[in-house]
Design a protein. Sequence first.
Length: 202
Amino acid sequence: MKYFLFIACTALLLGACQHGYVLTGEAGSLDGKAELSYQLPNGTDFKDEAPLTGGKFVFKGEVPDVLAARLTLTPEGGGPLRTSFYIENDRIDMQIDPEKVIDYARYGGKQFADVQITGGRSNAFLQAVQEVQDAVGQLPEFKEIATAMDELKNMGYADLAAYDAKTREISEKYIDIMPAYRERGRQAVLDCIAGFPDAEVA
């Protein structure tokens, strides 16, 4: 009995001593190249590459803190597709819909619009923020303006004239309800922050 207890305790200690991150992901069935990049606290730019095979990729490493990061997938015969997230020493998984892309043109290129991230307290916090903001948008008094804001977001910046026109249209049409919509969203985020005291990006 003491032997098995020793083995169990040893396994727990070894698990607790593990460091670093393991980033895995899947983006349909794309083949090509995956690149992970972030800036270290000392200002050094870090980049790592991995094969993108059948939509799957894996990165392993270690960071000194929670850092803003970017993942770039470049399919064979295509241009780069990006998404931003927070990298930390944990197991992180990304599920990406490669068909949903927003074109931000020279302001950021083409970016994935539907990325589900699990793992890491910082990413869990951001997912929770998105969920509470979506919930605000489902309230009867805000549903129309939330739909219009989503349409604006999904337009991207490829056609700046159309984007500016849509922005003005929303500002004028919802001028009376916009302050209440923003305040409700701000309060929802503050409530969410209170639930993630250990998330460094909160």
